[in-house]
Design a protein around this ligand. Structure first.
Ligand SMILES: [Ca+2]
Length: 334
């Protein structure tokens, strides 16, 4: 790859058998320790398991590590399906958020008094968290888009004892920087080879079209606010409602009885996303809001919305956030 200089390539002779094996390994050895130290999983996303890396739809790496994104994109779009790039992209975004998170948590720790006035100091720090974000952003030259949602972070921090937070551990951050600078680039290099091998073994494998590739060029990258599961948070209107018409057709084709489709019918359509069963079963649990083992038209739209979020490279939560509950179901949830 063009942005990878030759001298970097000579360092770190470690060999990965496949991109996915490499991703699992660098996650566990380089990113996970940082996440665990700064309680990333309490705030943002649970730890990744092997099945998360094995899941099928994967697209592409974008962002600051490529200076020629458009060219890269064209190259990649011509590759056959099953490119492992999506997970690389996910891991990069995750690593950037984990770094910012470590800066935030260690900053809060540093500000805490050792003896008296801890409770007051904690309240003060939470209330001026926006300023703290600004300070960290300047000090470490981080893009504002890499910061977590301010309000949500403030809410979550209220439940934590700041005195138990860890101070900044430069070694943990260096490991992640090294992962971003070296390992990710080396894994990127492996991808075209993997794809070539796959074509040989599987002549006629098609070119990726549509699906998650559509609209890529316009899509902003990095961890953004209002993306993924957060899309529509704080809006009066149910965000899924805007796209529901797209799914009404498929709903009708799945032979609804009394306005509901069965699990088997839903599954027959959901597997077309090529997401692994573990993800689809999570989608199902989240979408069957009233837990009657069937999906009505709203729940079906919600299932499709969640699939789209996952295909766009975002994580799914273990519980459905309030703003995604269909309005028709909100009364019986209360
Ligand atoms: Ca239901």
């Amino acid at each position: 790859m063009r942005w990878l200089s030759d001298d970097r390539r000579k360092k770190e002779p470690e060999v990965f058998d496949t991109v996915v094996e490499g991703l699992k390994k660098i996650y566990k050895t380089k990113l996970l320790p940082l996440e665990e130290t700064y309680k990333f999983h309490d705030f943002h996303s649970p730890p990744l398991d092997d099945p998360d890396f094995d899941s099928k739809p994967m697209i592409l790496l974008i962002g600051q590590y490529s200076t020629e994104e458009q060219d890269l994109f064209k190259d990649l779009q011509s590759l056959p399906r099953n490119a492992a790039l999506r997970k690389l992209n996910d891991l990069i975004k995750r690593a950037r958020l984990a770094k910012v998170h470590a800066y935030i948590i260690s900053y809060l720790k540093k500000e805490m008094p050792s003896m008296f006035g801890k409770d007051n100091k904690k309240k003060e720090l939470i209330s001026k968290l926006g300023d703290i974000f600004g300070t960290i952003q300047r000090e470490h030259q981080i893009s504002p888009g890499d910061f977590p949602n301010l309000k949500r972070m403030q809410e979550q921090l209220a439940f934590h004892d700041f005195t138990k937070f860890h101070q900044l551990k430069p070694k943990l951050l260096e490991a992640v920087d090294n992962m971003l600078a070296n390992d990710i680039a080396r894994l990127m290099q492996m991808i075209p080879h993997e794809e070539e091998t796959m074509v040989e073994n599987n002549a006629g494998g098609g070119v990726v079209q549509g699906g998650a590739f559509e609209g890529y060029i316009e899509s902003p990258f990095g961890i953004g606010r209002g993306e993924g599961i957060d899309m529509g948070r704080g809006e009066h209107e149910w965000v899924v409602g805007k796209e529901k018409y797209e799914y009404d057709d498929s709903f009708q084709k799945l032979n609804p009885i009394n306005g509901k489709i069965t699990g088997a019918a839903a599954k027959s359509e959901m597997v077309k996303s090529k997401l692994p069963n573990s993800v689809l079963s999570k989608v199902w649990k989240l979408a069957d809001v009233d837990r009657d083992g069937m999906l009505d038209a709203d729940e079906w739209a919600l299932a499709n919305h969640l699939i789209k979020i996952k295909l766009d490279g975002h994580d799914l939560p273990s519980d459905l956030p309030d703003h995604l509950i269909p309005p028709s179901k909100r009364n019986d949830m209360a």
